[in-house]
Design a binder for this molecule. Sequence first.
Ligand code: ADP
Length: 295
Amino acid sequence: MFLVLGNATVDESMTVEAWPSPGQTVVVGPPRRDLGGKGANQALVLGRTGAPVRFVAAIGRDAEGDWIAARLAAEGLPESDLLRVEAATDRSMIFVNGAGENAIASTTAAACSIEPAMAAACVARLGPGDGLLMQGNLTLAATRAAFAAARQTGVRTVFNPSPVQPGFADLFALVDLLVLNEGEAAAFGGAGAPEEAAQALRRAGAGTVVLTLGGRGAVLADDAGADHVPARPVPVVDTTGAGDTFMGVLAAAVLHRGLPLRAAVAAAGAAAALTVQRQGTVSAFPSGEEIAGLL
Ligand code: ADP
């Protein structure tokens, strides 16, 4: 069993010709509404790999919360694991430019309502051999409490420290598999060539490190050393959700299917390459059938 303890958001995306400058208003086509939040995204992808998943997230007692609950239920992730909190449901505003790049602003008030004791209690229901997958949207204290509880019970831990928060590096010693992009690695001091950056993050305490490099693929580092797995050259439409697709498939491939790390990274990259060729967040994710063909 995997527990994904993270956030769920309502994503509103708009496509812009070019990024608006400060003080400028640009006219865009109709906005697109999609389910989002790194927690929800990664839980959905994990579920589509066939791995058993429980997704715990906090949403508001508002219409957006109801909308998220309905979307998750339709994906087979039950309402019973959604915590209804006083804060408004979290939202992301996403701009996508002509090159398929994105710029995102997200709220985290609902996600930050998850108290450390609550986070630890969720993990306490897991046992040895289970997996805990977290991202960077909960508070540092709640994230630490969950990983510490996992360590005590032999639960394997996967951390995607995005968005970066000060203090996350202190948690790396509690993490079996650390997955992050280049910008995040740099924020944690993993500078220089990607292979060196990944090794530096291992020295900071993480068991295995996978550093994603966008269209250049990913670098992995474990006891056997560092290695580069190139991405497939594909026509890019929208890169939103590529990292989440990568995470979900990678976690399933390593922890659930027991694939060797290099093969797992290749499968995760192939799945993410499908996502970047489609518009949207969840609606761009590969189907269960597509993922099965890659694992
Ligand atoms: P994030 O979205 O978290 O910043 P990346 O941009 O590094 O993460 O993308 C994660 C993974 O998605 C990459 O390692 C790669 O496998 C795949 N990917 C991202 N952009 C592209 C692209 N332009 N072409 C092919 N694959 C891509």
